[in-house]
Design a protein around this ligand. Structure first.
Ligand code: ADP
Ligand code: MG
Length: 283
């Protein structure tokens, strides 16, 4: 308990003994969210974040010792309440926020706080939740922006993207700004895919879309994953996300609360009660 990051305890109580007692009764999904289990399971991971502490304002940590890993070929979902730090975790993995302690690795290479352009050239694609297309450019121009580091590959990559999202081919000369929210989401994902990434980081790809489009996005994500792209997906639509992901993390207050297969988390009584409750009752 000498970790200075966790020394500030508002209640002033010594939690050491209570923590030990609680640890003995952890469910499998809670146990897998502990550091020891993470270290054991994250061996050889494609992307790995260890004990991450990061934040925006000096003195305020949003991620407070968060562990994460993605194995090659996996689709991993991150769910949790609003403000839990899900977007912050993605931004931290993509080097957009300085890491105060902990590390991020890609295929074992340290990429902690590496600049975004370097990560893109290493095969990491990031699609932020908002402002993720250039509205005044055409779809085709948006795709060209996506491949600016390797312009010669444009045609081959655009063909791949059109195969996934035929609409982007049909509307290639149209301005991205004229598209609906769902169509823009396709442009944003398509643009990230132009660089032939091995990992895609998606921040709430289904947010703000009609139910039909939401479903479409989840199906596309599975298809993209099936073409060999590993995916990290943050989602508000927790139940749907857990249905399609191989593994999931429940993030709460900047730390992993639970982690397991999507299927197990979806049926975990505690996860249902705390994080899927309302959804579970309505569906
Ligand atoms: N740019 C920012 N500057 C300061 N605080 C921020 C910023 N972005 C997010 N936060 C804070 O970080 C916390 C976690 O935010 P976020 O990672 O966006 O949560 P989530 O994606 O899980 O809803 C929130 O308390 C939020 O207010
Ligand atoms: Mg968010």
């Amino acid at each position: 308990m000498s970790d200075p990051l966790f020394e500030v305890d508002e209640s002033g109580e010594d939690l050491t003994r209570a923590d030990t007692a609680v640890a003995a009764q952890l469910s499998p999904a809670e146990k897998a969210a502990t550091r020891e289990e993470h270290v054991r399971l994250a061996e050889g991971a494609l992307v790995r974040g260890d004990d991450l502490v990061a934040g925006y304002v000096p003195g305020v940590n949003i991620l407070r010792g968060c562990d994460f890993y993605l194995q090659d070929g996996e689709l991993v979902g991150i769910i949790g309440p609003n403000g839990a730090g899900k977007s912050t975790l993605l931004k931290t993995l993509f080097g957009l926020i300085p890491v105060r302690s902990g590390s991020v690795t890609l295929r074992g290479e340290d990429i902690t706080s590496a600049p975004a352009h370097r990560l893109v050239s290493l095969g990491v694609g990031y699609v932020p939740q908002n402002n993720n297309v250039f509205p005044s450019l055409t779809i085709e121009e948006n795709m060209q922006m996506g491949v600016y580091l390797r312009p010669k590959t444009f045609k081959e990559r655009f063909d791949y993207v059109i195969d996934l999202f035929p609409l982007l081919g049909e509307r290639r000369k149209g301005k991205a700004g004229a598209l609906s929210g769902g169509e823009r989401q396709m442009v944003a994902m398509g643009r990230a895919l132009m660089m032939d990434p091995s990992v895609l980081l998606l921040d709430e790809p289904s947010a703000g879309l009609s139910p039909a489009y939401q479903d479409e996005v989840f199906i596309r994500c599975r298809r993209i994953n099936a073409t060999g792209v590993s995916i990290i997906m943050v989602e508000q639509n927790a139940r749907r996300c857990l249905q399609i992901c191989d593994r999931g993390y429940v993030l709460d207050q900047g730390r992993n609360a639970y982690t397991d297969t999507g299927e197990s988390l979806m049926h975990d009584p505690k996860v249902i009660e705390l994080y899927l409750g309302t959804l579970a009752k309505t569906t």
